[in-house]
Design a protein around this ligand. Structure first.
Ligand SMILES: Cc1cc2nc3c(=O)[nH]c(=O)nc-3n(C[C@H](O)[C@H](O)[C@H](O)COP(=O)(O)OP(=O)(O)OC[C@H]3O[C@@H](n4cnc5c(N)ncnc54)[C@H](O)[C@@H]3O)c2cc1C
Length: 413
């Protein structure tokens, strides 16, 4: 079967590329391995789909780790405002929560997918399901791409690879795109889980599962040097530490690193230390656990700290020796935890690594190696923070890829 443009993958990147490419008397074909489109999109944002953020688009670049600059052009050409406008125009109102996360008013990701599929139909996009691509080749002689699935063969002038990353493989994103890209001459930066919970050596907080701490400073230490700091919500689970602050941080973390959490949220470690010492010294008769109440930490948490330091329930401040006092201060303001590893791909909301950005033009999303080959979405070495940054990037990149194909056609190159 022949098409003008073949898009592999019907996630947000592939569908948006299809919408943009369709409706121009061109045969646009989407090949999807599943029996339905957008499986990952459907589970995104816990089924509510946080599809973008309402912040300034210029600030978005800070939310894609060290590779943020690559998505600048795509994001500026189709920004969060454009995305919100697109859905509004197509009958789906979006709403914004206190933190700036944008969701469909229905709070159902299926509403987002419905709009995308409706637009595909309007634009005569042909989506073929149950078509897992096995091979994607390019012939220099004919300038065409030859795509094989288990039961069919396809050819096209342009190919867009939008197969996603490698996380939550049961949604269909299992890293096939890396194999196609590699065969077509591209380099793959080693894929690893991103937006993943962090496992801690000798994890102390198993029984505190479910406790969360809002907007706490977090720092990362390697070889006794602080290499990064940020802040965000922290969640203690029965197996690991998680929550948006930790998930966003996980991109930088390696086994053996030390993650320190400032549970009291104090701005200055020194000031906190001296005020704590003063308080304990002036209130010798008070119980240590009473002093801890002042920090508005969950009781289960402060009880755990006392247990870890072998401080009895009825211990008074005057009885705290210097060493234990110092350890308690450390636990409150920079609790050190040694990283054992990151949650595996099945627990990670995104994939870091992927198709090397050096070999793809950020202005067009076209391969610098094979003409007519385009990439979009998480298959590239781009991963964003939680907050809607990944879906926005996937959509903006999909749109840019299709736009660039149209431009190339118009210019008759
Ligand atoms: C649990 C969870 C929650 C998330 N929540 C959010 C959120 O709220 N906000 C946000 O911004 N991001 C969120 N993300 C991340 C976001 O969903 C992804 O970054 C985004 O879906 C990537 O889009 P994509 O189009 O690049 O790839 P995908 O959505 O992964 O789509 C790729 C498609 O390609 C298909 N495919 C793969 N290989 C083949 C092949 N060989 N042949 C044919 N088809 C193939 C797959 O079946 C899939 O349908 C979440 C992720 C997870 C796992």
């Amino acid at each position: 079967m022949k098409a003008d443009i073949i898009i592999i993958g019907s996630g947000p990147a592939g569908l948006f590329a299809a919408i943009e490419a369709g409706g121009k008397e061109r045969r646009v074909l989407v090949l999807e391995r599943n029996s339905c489109a957008g499986k990952k999109l459907l589970i995104s944002g816990a089924g509510q789909c946080n599809l973008t953020h309402d912040g300034d688009i210029k600030d978005f670049l800070n939310f894609y780790g060290d590779n943020g600059r690559f998505v600048k052009h795509a994001l500026f050409k189709f920004s969060n405002e454009n995305l919100i406008e697109f859905f509004k125009k197509n009958g789906l109102k979006l709403i914004c929560n206190e933190g700036g996360k944008v969701f469909p008013e229905t709070l159902k990701s299926s509403s987002v997918l419905e709009v995308l599929l409706k637009e595909c139909r309007k634009k005569d996009v042909n989506i073929k399901y149950n078509q897992r691509v096995k091979e994607a080749l390019h012939s220099k002689e004919s300038g065409l791409f030859y795509i094989k699935t288990e039961d069919s063969e396809y050819e096209s002038k342009y190919l867009v690879i939008a197969t996603g990353g490698k996380s939550y493989g049961n949604t269909g994103s299992t890293g096939d795109g890396y194999i196609f890209a590699q065969k077509l001459g591209h380099t793959i930066e080693k894929p690893a889980p991103a937006l993943a919970p962090i496992y801690i050596k000798g994890y102390d907080f198993k029984e505190l599962s479910g406790l969360s701490f809002e907007n706490r400073p977090i720092s990362l230490w390697r070889n006794n040097k602080k290499i990064r700091s940020s802040s965000g919500d922290v969640l203690l689970t029965h197996k690991n530490i998680s929550g948006p602050g930790i998930l966003n941080f996980s991109r930088y973390v390696l086994p053996g690193d030390i993650v320190k959490i400032n549970f009291v949220g104090a701005k200055s470690e020194e000031e906190f230390r001296s005020s704590f010492i003063k308080k304990v010294t002036l209130n010798g008769k008070l119980l240590v656990k009473t002093i801890l109440k002042e920090f508005q930490l969950p009781k289960r948490f402060t009880d755990k700290l006392l247990e870890l330091l072998n401080i009895p329930e009825d211990h008074r401040c005057a009885e705290l020796n210097k060493k234990t006092r110092s350890k308690l201060i450390e636990m409150l303001i920079s609790f050190p935890m040694e990283v054992e590893g990151l949650g595996e791909f099945h627990l990670a909301m995104a994939t870091r690594g992927g198709i090397s950005l050096k070999e793809v033009s950020p202005k067009t999303m076209e391969s610098r190696i094979v003409r007519g080959l385009y990439f979009a979405g998480e298959v590239l070495d781009i991963d964003g923070d939680t907050g809607g940054y990944n879906i926005q990037a996937a959509i903006s990149m999909g749109r840019l890829a299709a736009d660039s194909i149209s431009q190339k056609e118009e210019e008759g190159k």
